[in-house]
Design a protein around this ligand. Structure first.
Ligand SMILES: [Zn+2]
Ligand SMILES: [Zn+2]
Length: 389
């Protein structure tokens, strides 16, 4: 069982891997409704003799597909995401993520009959805001998994990129409407409460640590210029690299809204979404193995810092539970960024597809290295225990 054989097998599977990616791309589905994508991936894995279980953890479009080697451990999970973005389609390239994980797992299973561990593909719905992985973690889906890997399309190729914790906060101001010209003194302006909140947050920004990101939109701001708005609301995302500091920032942002409510005489409702994405906890022992295999697969890492252009993902939550790597790979030029119409095209471009196949090889070879080295397994696990968030 050599890496050469794995590469050869992925080359043989190439038309099917590309087909999976193209099919999922052609029918974008939103969070928790990815039934077509889940069909495509599970039927491919079933045809390749994986034991498939669908709808795990109470989520309709989730799945686990497993193949056991000689032993049950280490148990490596390759993660599949497959949700798209509202109105845009596959603007985050998730069509490729499942294709990579299913392709790599199949290649390993098909050629590595003496594989000493267990390989699974775990289909995790709703990465774009829904937090599918968080629900699967809570339901114990990852309890018997030793480590997890997935690769994400990007505008750059890098092995380790940090991620920010994120939470959504909704502010609703309740005032009192009245004629804006004749009886303004009878009104309580909810929109003013909201605008002051927005400005308070802007003032707060200067006093915050540099990894913090706060951004929001106004979703309700009145009905007509001649009516004092009795209701106004906004949705904000608050992000930070450090979980403890994150809590402090959330409290400060609440105070921005409370102060504005006091100043305007509005009533205020603050709703905080329960689904919180946690920061990414890198595992460098795994990252080093992947970096080595990336070179073998012909991928070149860009020189970009770990803490540059950070987003958020529910893989952050998974990385807090099991050792995880989440490399990114460029599918177009540096100016082609996630969540843009150009990225939708790049997600099925020739260049992007070529990069996807190289990443499939990288992931498969990385799993192979881990399977064949109990030393490395030990190293990965002890780093995870030491790293402590
Ligand atoms: Zn995205
Ligand atoms: Zn994404």
């Amino acid at each position: 069982m050599t890496k050469k054989a794995v590469i050869k097998e992925i080359d043989r599977l190439k038309p099917e891997i590309i087909n999976i990616s193209r099919l999922i791309h052609s029918k974008p589905e939103l969070a928790y409704n990815e039934s077509f994508a889940s069909d495509i991936l599970t039927s491919f894995l079933k045809n390749n003799d994986f034991k498939v279980e669908r709808g795990i953890g109470g989520l309709k479009t989730s799945f686990i597909a497993s193949a056991k080697g000689k032993r049950n451990s280490p148990s490596i999970a390759l993660i599949a995401e497959y949700d798209a973005l509202p109105k845009m389609g596959h603007a985050c390239g998730h069509n490729m993520i499942g294709a990579i994980s299913a392709g790599a797992a199949t290649a390993l299973k098909n050629i590595a009959s003496d594989m000493t561990g267990k390989i699974s593909v775990i289909g995790t719905p709703a990465e774009e805001g829904g937090g599918g992985k968080i629900k699967l973690i809570e339901k114990g889906v990852f309890k018997n998994i030793d480590m997890a890997m997935m690769a994400h399309p990007s505008n750059k190729t890098r092995v380790v990129g940090r991620m920010l914790a994120v939470v959504e906060m909704t502010f609703t101001f309740i005032g009192k409407s009245s004629h804006a010209a004749a009886f303004p003194y009878e009104g309580v302006n909810a929109l003013d409460g909201l605008i002051l909140t927005y400005n308070n947050i802007n003032a707060l920004r200067q006093q915050l640590k540099e990894d913090v990101r706060i951004h929001g939109i106004i979703t309700e701001g009145g009905e007509a210029p001649n009516i004092i708005p009795d209701r106004a609301s906004a949705r904000f995302y608050v992000r930070s690299l450090d979980m403890k500091y994150f809590e402090d920032v959330i409290e400060k942002v609440k105070e921005c809204a409370r102060g504005a409510a006091k100043a305007t005489g509005c009533r205020l409702r603050i709703a905080i979404r329960k689904t919180v994405y946690h920061p990414f906890r890198p595992n460098y022992a795994m990252a080093d193995i992947l970096r080595y295999n990336m070179k073998l697969a012909g991928l070149k890492e860009d020189s970009i810092g770990e803490k540059e252009s950070m987003g958020s993902s529910d893989i952050g939550n998974l990385s807090q539970v099991v050792p995880t790597i989440h490399p990114e790979f460029a599918i177009g030029k540096r100016s082609v960024v996630n969540h843009s119409p150009e990225f939708v095209k790049a997600a099925v471009s020739k260049f992007g597809t070529d990069m996807m196949l190289k990443m499939t090889k990288t992931i498969a070879m990385t799993a192979l290295d881990i399977f064949s080295s109990p030393e490395k397994v030990k190293e990965i696990k002890s780093e995870f225990r030491r790293s402590n968030g």
